[in-house]
Design a protein around this ligand. Structure first.
Ligand code: C5P
Length: 309
């Protein structure tokens, strides 16, 4: 009997706090970060097929690779090897429907890899627990474990060591998408370059932000959002300065570059304010398109597991 296709929904992330340490000998940077999963999602379906491969639909699909460089395909190969299947002929197709901006600093590629791990675990009946899946996730990329876990979490190491964080509120965001993506290694490289030639400001300690999350007050949280990679993203894409200003002028409490950019995320007082800010920002002509989102939301989830509405 052919197993039924498995679909997983997986969220985007924003870093509320991203403190980047110096480059390590392995080229990665030591991070202290707070992730929040947002209600912008990709859907990934895996199905048994003689002709293996990947197809991608949705926004920005044209710029997503459909070969072995796609992180979702690396997830297929990893679990194929683990389960004694031929990684060259794993007998599955992966179908990705993009709702997360591509190369936007919102962990879209990592989300697809996390979703693929969870979906294959089901399709191939591997019975891997969350901890084992998380170990495979960390092998694929620094943000992949968080895409599995979701919610709000403190990340250390490369960002892959996670502790859940209490967030006593739903926070409302406006997300501004740029015309073109930015490469994550390029943003880290630019930060190293900026730090070698001057002393760009560094974000402070994470504790006050954790307290603001626990209090649930978006005004308090807004004052504490910070991202060391923002200077690098703005240096590579100077127009982001204008986008960040326009969001605050439109009524957001604060704006930050999301991860390595170029997507900007604006924290708003509540859901109504987010809709108003989104309308005004989209009229300002400073970005390609604007979305509203809220967080935290759960991590990667089998679609069939969700309660019917
Ligand atoms: O882990 P991942 O493959 O997603 O990281 C992509 C790139 O981002 C790395 O190759 C590295 O250049 C940079 N990176 C980093 N330090 C981190 C995470 C990512 O320098 N903690």
């Amino acid at each position: 009997m052919v197993p039924t296709p498995i679909t997983v929904r997986v969220p985007a992330k924003v870093n509320l706090h991203l403190s980047v340490g110096d480059a390590r000998p392995d080229g990665y940077h030591e991070l202290v970060t707070v992730f929040q999963a947002l209600s912008m999602t990709d859907e990934v379906t895996v199905l048994a097929a003689e002709e293996p491969g990947i197809d991608v639909q949705g926004e920005g699909a044209d710029s997503v690779p459909t070969d072995a460089t796609n992180l979702a395909w690396k997830a297929v190969r990893l679990l194929a090897e683990h389960s004694g299947r031929d990684p060259e002929e794993p007998g599955v197709r992966v179908s990705i429907n993009k709702g997360i901006p591509v190369a936007g600093g919102m962990a879209g590629g990592s989300a697809d890899a996390a979703a693929t791990l969870l979906a294959l675990n089901q399709l191939w009946r591997l019975e891997l627990g969350r901890d084992e899946l998380s170990e495979f996730a960390a092998k694929l990329g620094s943000d992949v474990p968080f895409s599995l876990q979701g919610g709000t979490a403190l990340g250390t190491g490369r960002g892959e060591r996670l502790v859940p964080v209490l967030a006593r509120h739903t926070f409302h965001w406006v997300i501004a998408l740029d015309k073109e993506g930015l490469s994550t290694p390029a943003a880290y490289g630019e930060l190293d370059r900026l730090r070698a030639e001057s002393r760009p400001n560094r974000v402070g300690e994470v504790e006050p932000l954790l307290e603001a999350l626990a209090s649930g007050d978006p005004r308090q949280l807004a004052l504490l959002l910070g991202n060391d990679l923002q200077a690098a993203a703005v240096s590579l894409r100077p127009g982001l300065r204008r986008t960040l200003r326009a969001g605050v002028q439109a009524g957001a409490l604060a704006g930050i570059v999301s991860g390595s950019g170029p997507t900007c995320a604006f924290l708003c007082t509540d859901a109504d304010a987010a809709v108003r800010v989104a309308a005004e920002l989209s009229g300002a002509g400073v970005c390609r398109t604007v979305r509203v989102a809220h967080g935290p939301v759960p991590g990667a989830k089998l679609v069939s597991e969700e309660p019917a509405h």
